[in-house]
Design a protein around this ligand. Structure first.
Ligand code: 6GU
Length: 242
């Protein structure tokens, strides 16, 4: 199975890192096909203007609908896709979103800059295909490009054959609703700090219990909201005792 990912942006060079490392290897292996498109290719005026002042006044500029319409019509002509519009005003992008999108055949990302894209672009495409306006967190970026890099990396690593070891994706932070606990490697003693004894005990049940306790402890300290959101049956009796 091959996943096709297209990105439309006014800074195509900004997406170059997507062809490095893990993602680059996934592309070379034919698991992912990546197209990065310059929005200005679909402008017609000498200035290649992509933005204009907002109706109703206010600061900043809004990206013009005509150029986005031509760009997305051209990119979507290749076949059906899910359209993703990164925006701080979107629904939260989570591991569950990444898992859902990893099952799609085709994702098209439309990167806005300035104060965003004319809303009619989203409204018009939403009438004929799945469209998601998503945010990667509660802070404001200059544009959607870095958010797209984050989301593409989160999705591509879930594709079969991309990670060397497929169990590592299942054991991630969030896959059981908890943060992962600490990890250690050699040497046993470093700068006066020792690897916890239990991890060297060879007692697999004790190791699993210890890891679960550290995950619960860390989640309670750093992300109590995740503990509150766990389903009723997610914690067993030993967890509750902890
Ligand atoms: Cl997806 N885009 C922008 N511009 N800022 C963000 C974001 C997205 N998510 C959080 N902040």
């Amino acid at each position: 199975r091959r996943v096709r990912i297209d990105v439309v942006t006014i800074f195509p060079g900004y997406l170059a890192p997507l062809r490095e490392a893990l993602l680059g290897r996934a592309i070379e292996a034919g698991l992912v096909e990546l197209g990065v498109h310059d929005l200005r290719d679909w402008t017609h005026d000498v200035h290649q203007a992509v933005d204009d002042s907002p109706y109703g006044g206010g600061p900043g500029m809004v990206m013009r609908p005509q150029v986005w319409g031509e760009a997305l019509d051209a990119v979507l002509a290749a076949g059906p896709a899910r359209l993703v519009v990164p925006t701080p005003a979107g629904r939260p992008f989570t591991q569950a979103t990444a898992q859902a999108w990893a099952g799609e055949e085709r994702l098209v990302f439309a990167c806005g800059r300035y104060e965003g894209i004319d809303q009619r672009v989203v409204d018009s495409y939403a009438a004929r295909m799945p469209v998601d306006e998503v945010s990667i967190g509660d802070y404001v970026l200059v544009g959607g490009e870095v958010a797209v890099m984050v989301m593409v990396e989160a999705v591509v690593r879930l594709l079969p054959g991309v990670l060397g070891n497929p169990v590592s994706a299942q054991e991630d932070s969030f896959s059981d609703g908890l943060l992962e606990g600490p990890a250690y490697t050699r040497p046993v003693s470093w700068r006066g700090l020792d690897v916890p004894e239990v991890l060297r005990s060879g007692n697999h049940a004790a190791i699993a219990r210890w890891r679960r306790d550290r995950a619960l402890e860390r989640t309670a300290a750093r992300r109590p909201d995740l503990l509150d959101a766990l389903p009723e049956d997610a914690l067993d009796r030993a967890d509750r005792a902890f």
